[in-house]
Design a protein around this ligand. Sequence first.
Ligand code: TYM
Length: 366
Amino acid sequence: MPDFTVTPWHVEGDIDYDKLTRQFGTQKITEQLRQDIGQAAGEDHFMLRRGVFFSHREMDRILEQHKNGEKFFLYTGRGPSGDTHIGHLVPWVFAKWLQDRFGANMYFQLTDDEKFYSKHDMSLEDTYEYAMQNALDFIALGFDPEKTKIIINTRNIRTLYPIAAQMAKRINFSNTKATFGFTNETNIGMIFYTALQSAPCFIEDGPVLIPLGVDQDPHFRLTRDVAPKIKRPKPALIHNMMMPGLGGPGGKMSAAENNAIYTTDTPDMVRKKITKYAFSGGQSDVAEHRKLGGNPDIDVSYQYLRMFFEPDDAKLESIHADYKSGRMLTGELKQILVEKINKFLCAHQKKREEARNRMGEFLYEE
Ligand code: TYM
């Protein structure tokens, strides 16, 4: 049994990111590349600085092209099988920053077909409804309506299909089988699906950059193999780590209601979930904790602050030091996180409500 699994449909175990980088054949983001991105963007981003975005494919080429005055566009997406949780927001918040800094167009794909194929208990109506819900979260993050289009697979198929067909003709069954572990029992919707996730890579003529969770990389490994055969540029990727579920490393974020914070959670739900379920790196009692200190590396509350909720390095460092030394107790750390999440969600939920009237500005019309 492998100690961890990362595929587009299944993430489990304590992920060893060095090993994963080798397995997937991606490049680690070097200090030099991080600086180059910061320089081109005109500022650094805490998710880069802290290694939340840790790996890439040809991000250096995108910067080179940008330097030479060539415009790139952005693409990312969501498989609408449920409500949005805070892990989904990681690539989107970073994508918004990229749009702001580089003035790039953005395409956001909602794959209602994919989730219909992959979830035996969901109808197309269910996945479409979740697509609408997930779109609200995406819009709420503040993307520029002049430069952003939301693509829904079942609605925008006329645009996607001719590109998907080009891809599908050049990906054979043994490629997809080897990449995704499909079997003879896998439905043929799934087998074709990667062609559809590839399609937005070629919706504009220029180069594309895809900020995404590393679990989605295998689709684009196939896309990159095919791109030269259809005389199109290979998509470039920048990958983020997976935010752990509340239960700690090894737990899949969405496996259970109580294993994730959703964007629609009330302040009370957030408080309860964090207090009760967030895996703690603290000691079993206060005296021990004061003596030995906590372990922020495995503490989910600390990791949520590091990956998302506390962009201020000085504040994060002081929390790290206090927790590690035992000066700060688990309960106090959780309290800090609860306040941060609730402040974020309060603002987000307001913008999410406003987004209901703004859908038309974002939906792709062919
Ligand atoms: P989906 O809906 O599983 O996830 C949406 C995005 O969120 C990332 N992600 C996470 N990031 C950090 N921590 C987590 N716990 C976490 N869980 C999910 C995913 O990597 C993804 O970037 N098939 C895709 C939808 C899609 C797409 C794309 C994604 C269509 N086109 C282009 C990325 C790029 C899916 O089901 O994503």
